[in-house]
Design a protein around this ligand. Structure first.
Ligand code: SF4
Length: 411
């Protein structure tokens, strides 16, 4: 079905090839590849398709999905054809997020993928998918070097020594822990929980469940638990990531959240030099490349840095959230990437800065310390969500704006 034939598109529902989302720079398609990740050749095909059928801009979302931007109603079908031709398998149905690397056979992690696959099949068999809210999310994680602890989930199953810890709503820290299940009981309990959510109506979420629902799960094998048995997790750092069995991965981030088709093509082409690697889109707008030998890690990091990727947590570009901006978006009043790069080059403090090309502020995060917006008459710099804009940051941003877009008036 073409996008033009879907006036009912809901902005906040995760778009797919069948239902792209209208944005400031055209239609956006969001894809969740299977947990096995993509080969260098498949990423290359994706970069070419994004260039040919969209505006050449891709993104990795906070939940680790691939987004292709700048499509038109008549370019979605050719994009779908190119994805099929590259044998890129896309997960359909309700979103089940697993950590990258959980498809491998290193200790414990294959249990994550196995449960995800079985749960997905069970949801399809029970015809449950269309009865759940469009943004229902399921996170299955735990014994993996890559954490999904920050992702909000309606239902979360965390692998531990006794089986799985089950929680609903929130991220791993704030979700409501409701119990522990054995490996055997994980699937029936998860399915029953989702059935309880669906029974509460088409907009119900995991956080809406109550103690009556949880009591009913005892028959499926849930043992009530109130305190987490999972260790605290910090977000996975950029750079080298040690895997079991002496293998390595490298975690990268596209600069400013944007994966332009040129740098993606450069990186994808060079991956073959390192062997038969897989590159996974990952939560936190990251990319994970594996498996590497120890002596390949530094070489790959150096190469990715040369192609413009962020390869370390100390990179100032991580502090900036930007929208597509000019020239990709027709609504934009400034080149957000050029502005952001100029700011990052001179940034000397740990401020979170939002830059959008117009007042629609598509990239505005929940919290930021300073905001720069493009307008027809010029550019505004304002303070953030928590406190007033410090003078030192204001003057640094003004200087950067004068350098990056001298033709724009600072209002
Ligand atoms: S905020 Fe940015 S991406 Fe959104 S419409 Fe404005 S210029 Fe386009």
């Amino acid at each position: 079905m073409s996008a033009a034939a879907r006036p009912d598109m809901i902005r906040n529902a995760c778009p797919s090839l069948a239902a792209p989302m209208a944005t400031g720079d055209g239609l956006l398609v969001r894809l969740k590849p299977l947990p096995s990740g993509l080969s260098g050749g498949q990423w290359l095909a994706l970069a070419s398709a994004a260039q040919a059928h969209g505006n050449g801009r891709l993104e990795i979302s906070s939940r680790g999905n691939i987004q292709i931007r700048g499509l038109q109603a008549n370019s979605v079908l050719p994009l779908a054809t190119a994805i099929t031709a590259a044998d890129i398998k896309i997960a359909a149905g309700p979103a089940i997020d697993c950590p990258p690397l959980s498809n491998t056979d290193h200790s414990g992690r294959s249990a994550i993928t196995t449960l995800a696959e079985h749960l997905h099949s069970a949801i399809v068999s029970a015809d449950l998918g269309h009865r759940l809210a469009a943004k229902t999310s399921i996170v299955i994680e735990g014994d993996s070097p890559f954490t999904l602890a920050d992702l909000i989930a309606d239902l979360r199953l965390c692998k531990n020594a006794g089986g799985w810890q089950v929680s609903v709503g929130g991220n791993r820290r704030r979700g409501k822990i409701i119990g522990q299940v054995s490996d055997e009981a994980a699937l029936p309990v998860a399915l029953k929980l989702l059935t309880c959510i669906a029974a509460r109506g088409p907009h119900a979420r995991g956080r809406d469940l109550d103690t009556d629902d949880f009591r009913a799960l005892a028959t499926a094998g849930l043992v009530p638990v109130k305190t987490s048995t999972m260790p605290p997790m910090t977000p996975t750092s950029l750079g080298p990531l040690a895997l079991p069995d002496a293998a390595w991965a490298v975690v990268l981030q596209p600069a400013f959240g944007a994966l332009d088709s040129k740098s993606l093509r450069q990186l994808s082409t060079q991956l073959a030099v390192f062997g038969d690697l897989r590159m996974h889109p990952a939560a936190g707008k990251k990319l994970v490349i594996e498996p590497l030998a120890a002596d390949q890690v530094e070489r790959l990091i150096e190469m990715a840095g040369r192609f413009g990727f962020i390869v370390g947590d100390d990179d100032r570009r991580q502090q900036l959230q930007i929208c597509v901006g000019a020239p990709g978006c027709a609504q934009a009043h400034m080149d957000t990437q050029a502005v952001a790069q100029t700011i990052a080059d001179s940034l000397n403090q740990s401020a979170r800065i939002h830059v959008s090309g117009c007042a629609k502020a598509c990239a505005r995060p929940a919290q930021f310390d300073a905001e720069i917006l493009g307008h027809a008459a010029g550019v505004t710099i304002t303070g953030g969500t928590a406190k007033a804009l410090p003078d030192s940051l204001n003057s640094l941003l003004e200087t950067a704006l004068r350098n990056a877009c001298s033709d724009r008036r600072i209002m």
